[in-house]
Ligand binder design. Structure first.
Ligand SMILES: [Zn+2]
Ligand SMILES: [Zn+2]
Length: 42
């Protein structure tokens, strides 16, 4: 067994943080996303 692969398991890909309701903090009709409050990730 080789458990020393040097890869931390707690680092998610950047895409993981993208908001599930919008792209870049704005909804499709140009409103600030209420889900992420305009942050673009949640
Ligand atoms: Zn979201
Ligand atoms: Zn959002």
């Amino acid at each position: 067994m080789n458990l020393d692969d040097g890869r931390p398991a707690l680092v998610p890909p950047v895409e993981h943080w993208a908001c599930c309701h919008c792209t870049g903090g704005l909804t499709s009709d140009g409103q600030t996303c209420e889900h992420c409050e305009g942050l673009g990730f949640c």
